[in-house]
Design a protein around this ligand. Structure first.
Ligand code: SHN
Ligand code: NAI
Length: 188
């Protein structure tokens, strides 16, 4: 059974720490910034891949710290993603986060994750997050590509029109809901 509870996080309102500056660190930083370019992200690792400072340069809220992880780094962070090549370090970060009630993603160990990153389909304001419950990230990626292909660009116009109608509607909550359900019947 898939018991994951999906939410959409306003990442720019949180402080995010990424531990590890290799391929995985780069992938996760890219994923965060692609969705939330203004996110406050700190990345800590003794060795940082060259693509990471290049990406950080374009994002003023990204801070790079070229040091080994230490639990003191966790102070003030809401969310942590760890992907070093040292399993013991990854595990230690997870333990340290749990002790501080910080949500943690351990990239190489799904069982230790409080949350997963998802494949993300974007069409204007529409955003669809895909997870396979950790079964196959590659399937998630391929399914994202399928949805990106089939969703029309005109979707944004539909959303803009529905927003305009929504803002103009009079009446109480139930009346508005009924009207919006009626108008959108054609989408089924
Ligand atoms: C559990 C989870 C935890 C988490 O990372 O959050 C996790 C775990 C692991 N991934 C591994 C490998 C790969 N991950 C990818 C890609 C993505 N992985 C992502 C998410 C997740 N990966 C979470 C579950 C999501 C779900 O529920 O479906 C995506 C969706 C989002 C993102 O990372 O931003 C992003 C696609 C984005 C896109 O393009 O749309 C590729 C393919 C590629 O890069 O082309 C490969 C190589 C092929 C393969 O192994 O499948 C390994 C083995 C490591 C090893 O063998 O050493 C583990 C560990 C394990 O499974 O044990
Ligand atoms: N969830 C996912 O999407 C995926 C997870 N993985 C897993 O992630 C792990 C990392 O892989 P890569 O990034 O390719 O490794 P890498 O070798 O490219 O980079 C490792 C990074 O960890 C850093 N590091 C090592 N010890 C550290 C410490 N004590 N404190 C802070 N940083 C430290 C290094 O400086 C380096 O930046 C592997 O275990 C791999 O199995 C790999 C692919 C995808």
């Amino acid at each position: 059974m898939n018991t994951l509870f999906p939410i959409f996080v306003k990442a720019e309102k949180l402080r995010i720490l990424i531990v590890g500056g290799g391929y995985v660190g780069l992938e996760k930083l890219t994923a965060v910034l692609a969705n939330s370019p203004q996110a406050h992200v700190t990345l800590v690792a003794p060795e940082i891949r060259s693509e990471i400072p290049e990406l950080a340069q374009q994002h003023p809220n990204v801070t790079l710290v070229q040091k080994l992880y230490h639990p003191d780094f966790l102070e003030g962070f809401d969310l942590v993603i760890v992907g070093t090549n040292d399993k013991a370090v990854n595990r230690q970060v997870q333990v340290d986060c749990k002790a501080r009630h910080i949500l943690v993603n351990v990239a190489d160990t799904p069982d230790l994750c409080d949350f997963y990153l998802s494949s993300v389909v974007k069409k204007g304001d529409l955003k669809i997050a895909i997870s396979t419950n950790g079964k196959s990230p590659t399937f998630a990626k391929r399914f994202r590509e399928v949805l990106e292909e089939i969703l029309p660009d005109s979707l944004q116009e539909t959303l803009d029109n529905l927003t305009a109608i929504r803002n103009q509607l009079k009446g109480d909550f139930v009346q508005k809901m009924e009207k919006l359900n009626e108008i959108t019947k054609v989408l089924r």
